[in-house]
Design a protein around this ligand. Sequence first.
Ligand code: DGL
Length: 216
Amino acid sequence: MKIGVFDSGMGGTTILEAVKKRLPEMEYRYIADSENCPYGEKPVGLLYEIVRDKVEALRDWGAELIVVACNTATVRCIDKLRRDYPDIQFVGTEPAVKLALSTGVRKVLVLATPNTINSERMKLLAEKNRQIGQEVDLLACPGLAETIEKYYKTDLGRVKAKLNELLSRDDSYGAVVLGCTHYPLVKDLIAEYYPNAQLVDSANGVAKRVEELVRG
Ligand code: DGL
């Protein structure tokens, strides 16, 4: 089976690797759309057009299943993609809020792009999964995905400077959700701000869902 995966750059490779681990025998094509990074700060109409082009390129290659390896494109576009391309199975990536809350911690922080944080879906995820006494804080990180995309391999100093602009040290969080697939690429740097938190991401959850669909 042919599986297509895309993101606004290298972030989605964190998802791709997890999927490949479970399903090594599949054929994969990955689109790293760094040209259009950041997705997280684009108007939704334009974002859909960009995302549609990736989907069509993967469909033309023969993908039967497409992993939207991007939280932003998932929360903003996946419903319409499912309506517009009924022959393709889509698996999206959503901030792992449920996983973070299921550990029973009192306070969870979600880091994600402005488009993800400001979506209705994000608010719903936080409300739906919260138990009494649990608190979910949301923090939009403008410019972070783009900085990671540009510099995570060549200049971590630039990434550190951006993190310093956006984050402050806080030991009250028990879990931090990396709600953008670029963030796990610099997980260790983010962890320094949250000494008591477990950092969680969606890669394993997405890979599990893909495996369920493929193996039926
Ligand atoms: N990696 C993406 C996400 O998971 C988008 C980053 C961006 O292009 O803003 O949200």
